[in-house]
Ligand binder design. Structure first.
Ligand SMILES: CC(C)(COP(=O)(O)OP(=O)(O)OC[C@H]1O[C@@H](n2cnc3c(N)ncnc32)[C@H](O)[C@@H]1OP(=O)(O)O)[C@@H](O)C(=O)NCCC(=O)NCCS
Length: 146
């Protein structure tokens, strides 16, 4: 599967905004995420493409509060492209980008009722101690050799 992470620009940001729908209550609207990313220089804000088609959006990068952690702040695959394995592959690649930059600690969070994302996170090796922050469970993946 060919996945590309493409920077937002004047030609593609509106398409990316429209990938989010009001049914997607577990993730911040892409419009807001794209705006927010302008104010966080460490945030990497990307449209996710599969075979030249825009299918999702993610914001990730070095965590704002923990310079040792690679954080996935936003992650979504648009409704009609779900359950095709794109989320799994895109998430694996985002983790790999972190590893390439030397990160061994990965963090994210997801809504308490977001079973789909929780299953996906388990699949790539995240776990949770069910600590809640801003209404979401925190998830960790620590690859530091013990
Ligand atoms: C969560 C999300 C990213 C999954 O993306 P996806 O491309 O559909 O996921 P995949 O097809 O790669 O599925 C990978 C695994 O995730 C889990 N999963 C995905 N959708 C699921 C669902 N509706 N119910 C339960 N588990 C689900 C399964 O474990 C699945 O593996 P399987 O197909 O072997 O059962 C997508 O549903 C989404 O964007 N949802 C709305 C936004 C959101 O909640 N984002 C997370 C914010 S933290």
């Amino acid at each position: 599967m060919k996945i590309d992470f493409v920077a937002l620009d004047k030609d593609n940001w509106e398409e990316c905004v429209l990938l989010w729908s009001s049914d997607d209550q577990f993730v911040t609207p892409n419009l807001r995420s794209i705006a927010e990313a302008q104010f966080y220089p460490k945030a990497i804000s990307r449209a996710i493409f599969v075979s030249e088609e825009m299918v999702g959006y993610s914001m990730y990068g070095e965590d704002e509060d923990d310079a040792e952690a690679w954080a996935i702040d936003r992650f979504m695959i648009s409704g009609k492209f779900r359950r095709k394995g794109y989320g799994l592959e895109a998430l694996r690649q985002i983790l790999e980008m972190g590893r390439t930059k030397g990160f061994q600690k990965f963090i994210t969070s997801t809504a308490i009722k977001n079973e789909a994302m929780q299953n996906l996170l388990s699949k790539v090796g995240f776990s949770t101690r069910y600590e809640v922050k801003d209404g979401e469970y925190l998830y960790y993946k620590d690859e530091k050799p013990s």
